[in-house]
Design a protein around this ligand. Structure first.
Ligand SMILES: Nc1ncnc2c1ncn2[C@@H]1O[C@H](COP(=O)(O)OP(=O)(O)OP(=O)(O)O)[C@@H](O)[C@H]1O
Length: 877
């Protein structure tokens, strides 16, 4: 049993030791595993750390890359934005104020108001679209807003040609004070102010512009002026910018009008700049919120903060406005005459009328002006200097280039002092003339009789045409030309500049002129006789307005800037016309018939001459120069066609005495015939010695020209010391002339009186020329001898050509108040009033005559119904 216990102990011990051993092994193993696990963990941790570091660095790198990219992009975007802004707002649209000046652009630009505040140093301007794009509403701080508005307006003005941007200011609170700095524009009409109650009218007016532009300018062809401009490079309408400042509450109709304009205005160049008025956001409206610092906003820039520019310096505004106003007042650059000329000259037929362009309309379309059966005649009015003469030149040029002289003839009369029509006649420097011109009357302001003569001449032509029409049984020129194709029936255009001179006064000339005009105007239309009457001020012509039927014939009206009363009463289009423009109205001035035309410069001598020379060289050979009547020129006897025709003849039954030039369409000489008949003496009356001597010399020279050297006798008796030289010069020129003075007067008169009383007429005429016949010495005896000569001489071919220095002195010479005046059959009066001539004039009334220098009144009782005005031929001619 012990053994077994020991054994058992041993066994237990062995078992325990075995277990111990196993446990130790297990412990070792566990320790090994732990160490390995710790090691693994360390490694994992190290790896994780390394990865993290790598990731961090990768992230940092990436972030750095992204930052760099961002910076590069931002710089690129800012640069691009700045460049785009430069393009959108070049020159005056975007330049800073310290370096600003007006730079008209060829298209509308966006306008700078400040700069965008970007996280980038590149300066990017904040722009707002206005002209051709939309409207601008400024809100926020009022004072800063005022500067924004001023800046916008100045930039808009500076980007367009002067006058192309027009401002209309409505500022009821400050009565225009908000726009005061732009006031220099007002006199030129570039800025207009609307009074406090004027908003409805302003909105209506702008709406009317929009409607008109849509209907007549865009006319369904373009959707906006911007599109029209892009397609045609023309800009027929200005931009109208209405500036509404603090308008307060609007009525419903005003609201509605405003909304309409906001919707439709921009396409028609009508833009609103609004401050202090609530406006709903809508397309095409830019809102600027004025605030200081970084708080300003511009709606198109979204939430980007904006820093607004300060307002433009006052000096810049003032200088710019002044320059614009000056440029507008100076008017647009002139258009050339060539724009009126046709491709081919002298190709048009005037059978049914005369049609030619007078210039371009504001839309750039030529405006045709027609003279025909309707409208037959034209009235042109324009205050001095507005271009009336130029317009006549332009019209004549356009007509003359289209119609040959066989189709068109001009008769031109200028009552103005000056030589405006002289260019159409041959001159000393330029021998050419406009071949269509048949008559030029210059400086006729004191010779209104010349106007009458032209009207009478046209009246004659009218009768000739009417007779021909009757013969061919036709009623107008077109039909007459068709029936008589070989006939010469040009349309006649008579232009009378400053025609009011002809019609002024209530004298016989004016009365006859109006009657003739009325007849011509009424009947001339169908016979191709057209009248163009031009005047500075048609309203002053009483004679016209008293004759509505006459005025009605002048249905073509042409009004130059500020012309009054030529258009219909309510038609004020001429008041706002720019320089070198005219309103042409073919319907007696009715508003709807207005056509505005820009007239080319036709005054330019060089261009005019080029046309005239070209046409002159083409003239038909038979066409001579026009008759030139110049009231300032003393005519020469040697140039008188009547004098040139005189030639010596053996038998001269009725010697002709020329006295001076008549004031007539043809250059005729006034004449008196010294037949063998009682009363065939001539008296020159008045104190003006030079003219009296000139008339006596003309008379004697023209007589002498009809006789062979010994065919007639001349005796010259000079009783005025001062006239001696003239008398002697005349005597020296005459073939058989005896010269006498106060000392020899008595025996000359005795001799001649005996001759006058002889029973047989002399075999040749004897002309007794007496200078200052009222100074006859020798008392009653010689006076009686002179009376004998005057009474009995003519039947014996003895005629007196005497100069008495007054009508009463001639009366005395004839025997006093009670004596008969018939020994003086013809007289020429100088400075003698009409009333003094009554005794020598038939009928109860004296002739209407107011003496004027180098003009005389001639009357020959054997042929005249009334006296005629003549111009003495110059001494020594
Ligand atoms: N369309 C035009 N383009 C350029 N210049 C013009 C035009 N019309 C007129 N002028 C210029 O203006 C000036 C006045 O013109 P014009 O003599 O025709 O005026 P007017 O009305 O006839 O004046 P007045 O009655 O005093 O003679 C001239 O120097 C003329 O050259």
């Amino acid at each position: 049993m012990a053994e077994s216990t020991a054994q058992q102990v041993m066994e237990i011990r062995a078992g325990l030791s075995h277990a111990l051993g196993a446990a130790a092994i297990a412990l070792d193993r566990a320790r090994g595993a732990h160490a390995a696990a710790v090691e693994r963990r360390r490694r994992v941790e190290a790896a994780a750390e390394a990865r993290l570091r790598k990731i961090d660095s990768a992230r940092d790198n990436r972030l750095a890359e992204i930052d760099e990219q961002h910076r590069t992009d931002l710089a690129a975007y800012a640069g691009a934005a700045a460049a785009a802004a430069d393009r959108a707002a070049p020159g005056a649209a975007g330049d800073p104020w310290d370096d600003w000046q007006a730079t008209p652009l060829d298209r509308a630009a966006e306008l700078r108001v400040g700069r965008l505040l970007l996280p980038h140093p590149e300066e990017v301007p904040a722009l707002v679209p206005l002209l051709d794009r939309g409207h601008v509403v400024v809100r926020g701080d009022r004072t800063l807003g005022d500067e924004v508005v001023a800046g916008l307006l100045l930039r808009a003005l500076g980007t367009a040609a002067p006058g192309r941007v027009q401002l209309i200011g409505y500022d009821p609170e400050h009565l225009g004070g908000g726009l005061a700095r732009f006031a220099p524009l007002a006199p030129a009409g570039v800025l207009t102010f609307v009074g406090p109650g004027g908003l409805p009218a302003l909105l209506d007016d702008l709406t009317a512009h929009v409607r008109r532009i849509n209907e007549t300018v865009l006319a369904g062809e373009y959707t906006s002026l911007r599109e029209l401009n892009a397609a045609t490079h023309r800009r027929p309408e200005p931009w109208r910018v209405a500036v509404l400042l603090g308008a307060g509450e609007l009525s419903r109709p005003e609201q509605a009008q405003l909304q309409r304009l906001l919707r439709t205005g921009a396409a028609c160049g009508v833009h609103l700049v609004i401050q202090g008025l609530p406006v709903q956001a809508a397309d095409g409206i830019e809102f600027i919120t004025a605030a200081s610092g970084d708080h300003a906003r511009v709606s198109s820039a979204g939430a980007l903060p904006v820093r607004l520019d300060g307002g433009p310096p006052q000096a810049v505004v003032a200088a710019t406005c002044r320059r614009i106003a000056e440029a507008v007042e100076a008017g647009p650059a002139p258009v050339a005459l060539d724009s009126l000329l046709p491709q081919e000259e002298w190709k048009q037929s005037a059978a049914t009328g005369l049609s030619a362009p007078l210039g371009d309309s504001p839309q750039g379309v030529p405006v045709q002006v027609t003279l025909a059966d309707y409208p037959p005649h034209a009235l042109i009015a324009g205050p001095s200097g507005t271009g009336k003469t130029n317009l006549i030149y332009a019209w004549m040029g356009a007509l003359a280039a289209r119609y040959s002289p066989a189709e068109l003839a001009f008769y031109l009369l200028d009552f103005k002092e000056g030589v405006s029509f002289a260019r159409f006649a041959p001159g000393r420097r330029d021998p050419s003339w406009l071949p269509h011109v048949r008559l030029v009357g210059l400086n006729v302001n004191t010779d209104r009789e010349f106007g009458l003569a032209l009207l009478r001449f046209l009246g004659e032509e009218l009768r000739r045409r009417a007779d021909a029409a009757k013969r061919y049984e036709v009623t107008n020129l077109a039909e007459l030309r068709a029936e008589d194709p070989e006939g010469s029936w040009p349309r006649i255009v008579a232009v009378v500049d400053e025609f009011q001179v002809l019609l002024s006064g209530r004298d016989a000339v004016a009365a006859e002129a109006v009657d003739l005009l009325e007849d011509l105007a009424r009947r001339g239309r169908s016979q191709g006789i057209h009248l163009i009457l031009a005047s500075q001020d048609v309203s002053g012509i009483e004679a016209l307005w008293g004759r509505p039927a006459l005025v009605a014939q002048f249905s073509l009206r042409i009004a130059l800037p500020r012309a009054r009363r030529i258009l219909a009463e309510t038609n004020t289009a001429a008041e706002s016309l720019p320089r070198y423009h005219a309103v042409v109205n073919a319907d007696s001035g009715a508003l709807e018939a207005n056509k505005v035309v820009r007239v080319p410069a036709a005054g330019d001598r060089e261009r005019w001459n080029a046309l005239q020379h070209r046409l002159w060289r083409k003239r038909p050979p038979e066409l001579g120069p026009p008759r030139l009547f110049d009231g300032d020129v003393v005519p020469r006897l040697a140039d008188s066609p009547d004098f040139r025709r005189l030639a010596p003849a053996e038998q001269v039954a009725a010697p002709m005495v020329l006295l001076g030039e008549t004031i007539d369409v043809a250059a005729r000489s006034a004449r008196t015939v010294l037949r063998r008949a009682p009363g065939r003496n001539l008296a020159v009356l008045g104190t003006r010695m030079d003219e009296a001597c000139a008339i006596l010399a003309t008379a004697a020279r023209s007589l002498a020209a009809q006789f062979p050297p010994d065919g007639a006798r001349f005796s010259i008796l000079c009783l005025d010391q001062d006239a001696r030289a003239a008398a002697a010069a005349l005597c020296a020129e005459l073939p058989e002339c005896g010269s006498f003075d106060a000392d020899s007067a008595d025996w000359l008169l005795e001799d001649v009186a005996a001759e006058a009383s002889a029973s047989f007429p002399s075999d040749r005429p004897h002309f007794l020329v007496i200078y200052a016949a009222d100074a006859l010495p020798g008392g009653k005896e010689t006076a009686e001898q002179l009376r004998t000569i005057l009474r009995q001489g003519p039947e014996r071919r003895l005629h007196v050509l005497g100069w008495w220095r007054g009508a009463a002195l001639l009366r005395d010479a004839l025997g006093g108040q009670a004596s008969r005046t018939d020994p003086i059959g013809a007289w020429v009066a100088l400075d003698v009033h009409g009333s003094e001539l009554a005794p020598f004039y038939p009928g109860a009334r004296a002739p209407a005559w107011y003496p004027r220098p180098w003009r005389a009144l001639h009357f020959d009782r054997s042929v005249h119904r009334g006296a005629e005005v003549i111009i003495p031929y110059g001494a020594g001619s």
